[in-house]
Design a binder for this molecule. Structure first.
Ligand SMILES: Cc1cc2nc3c(=O)[nH]c(=O)nc-3n(C[C@H](O)[C@H](O)[C@H](O)COP(=O)(O)OP(=O)(O)OC[C@H]3O[C@@H](n4cnc5c(N)ncnc54)[C@H](O)[C@@H]3O)c2cc1C
Length: 327
């Protein structure tokens, strides 16, 4: 039985882990991977104390910081479901089938109300972030990892000297376009709207790049290829179908919260983000959420980290009063 299970392996989970160890909690960090969206963030200039850094370096620093306290996150664990039990504890089940592997041994197994739990904890923190929204056009699934990518930082360098397209109109798309401008020979930025929604400094930088062509009012309709992608089609403002020959496509059209794992009764907003109060409490006592998966208005590393801290300190207060109490 753990005091706290932290689900996630990025900014919110790391900070939660640091606070949990300093408060002597019996806890575990479990996650699909370590680094999350931080590791895909490219250049980062707003993490205090670091000047300019990049996502992969910062994620490694997070891991090193946990290691200082001898905390080793368990990676390769995909949490499927969290259930609150009659005695007030939480049962956490993980996916073990298909391509998902469990890292390490099962920690604890108990059968409660017919459920087999991989972990049982008095409190749980959900710090599972978000995943990229898909275009939902023909060819997208087929050519994923065959020219279609959702992470410019990870895959951009493969397209040295090639022709690529970034699809989207916010900061992620702008950052993707800027990064690709330094790698590819030509970058199309496909925006379905008549203007960008991101930071003006990024928009100005992108517009100043000689090898970048911005196409506004363009709705991507199809991705075409053979073994690898060869082109994308889009509908222009007049409704005419256009074709662009490209070697790579980077999709940056928004994010979807990884919030399906929570009990059905947990409050969410219209976007599927978990509703939390100022203490990072959900509407279920003992269940906390922090970072991009929540309805916090701005999605930033420093905010996720701050919420990871708040959630853990709130959990400590709750644990001080906790007693196993079967109803
Ligand atoms: C391209 C890009 C650039 C960005 N640039 C910046 C920037 O310059 N500055 C800035 O402050 N922010 C930036 N951000 C935003 C920043 O990355 C996020 O705010 C931050 O990563 C949120 O951290 P998090 O801990 O909430 O979640 P995430 O970083 O999303 O991590 C979630 C973790 O949960 C794990 N997980 C998910 N589902 C499950 C599950 N079911 N079971 C187990 N584990 C699970 C994932 O594997 C991952 O480890 C950028 C984001 C993007 C996409």
């Amino acid at each position: 039985m753990f005091d706290l299970i932290i689900i996630g392996g990025s900014a919110a989970a790391t900070t939660a882990g640091i606070y949990a160890t300093r408060r002597n909690l019996n806890f575990k960090i479990i996650s699909k991977d370590f680094g999350g969206e931080v590791a895909t963030s490219g250049e980062i200039g707003n993490w205090p104390g670091d000047g300019t850094t990049d996502g992969i370096t910062l994620a490694q620093k997070f891991k090193d910081h946990l290691a200082l306290y001898k905390v080793v996150p368990e990676e390769g664990i995909w949490v499927d479901k969290i259930t609150k039990q009659n005695d007030g504890t939480f049962c956490i089940t993980t996916k073990k089938d298909g391509s998902i592997t469990m890292a390490g041994e099962k920690i604890e197994e108990e059968t409660v109300r017919g459920l087999t739990c991989d972990y049982i904890a008095k409190t749980v923190l959900i710090a599972t972030g978000v995943h990229p929204r898909e275009l939902n056009v023909p060819g997208e699934k087929e050519y994923r990892n065959k020219g279609v990518s959702y992470c410019t930082t990870c895959d951009g360098p493969i397209f040295q000297g090639k022709v690529v397209a970034t699809i989207g109109g916010g900061n992620s798309a702008l950052e993707s376009g800027l990064m690709l401008a330094d790698i590819a020979s030509k970058v199309y930025v496909i925006n379905k709207n008549p203007e960008f929604k991101g930071d003006q400094v990024l928009i100005d930088n992108l517009k100043s790049k000689k090898n970048v062509e911005i196409i506004y009012n363009a709705q991507t309709t199809k991705i075409v290829g053979e073994q690898f992608i060869t082109s994308l089609n889009y509908k222009d403002q007049a409704g005419a179908e256009q074709e662009l020959k490209v070697d790579g496509i980077f999709v940056h059209i928004g994010m979807i919260p990884n919030s399906n794992l929570v009990p059905a009764e947990v409050g969410k907003n219209a976007f599927g983000e978990i509703k939390v109060n100022a203490n990072c409490e959900t509407n279920i006592p003992g269940l906390y959420a922090a970072g991009d998966v929540t309805d916090v208005p701005f999605k930033q590393i420093v905010i996720a980290a701050g919420q990871g801290c708040i959630a853990t300190l709130s959990a400590v207060q709750y644990l001080n009063k906790f007693s196993i109490n079967p109803k």
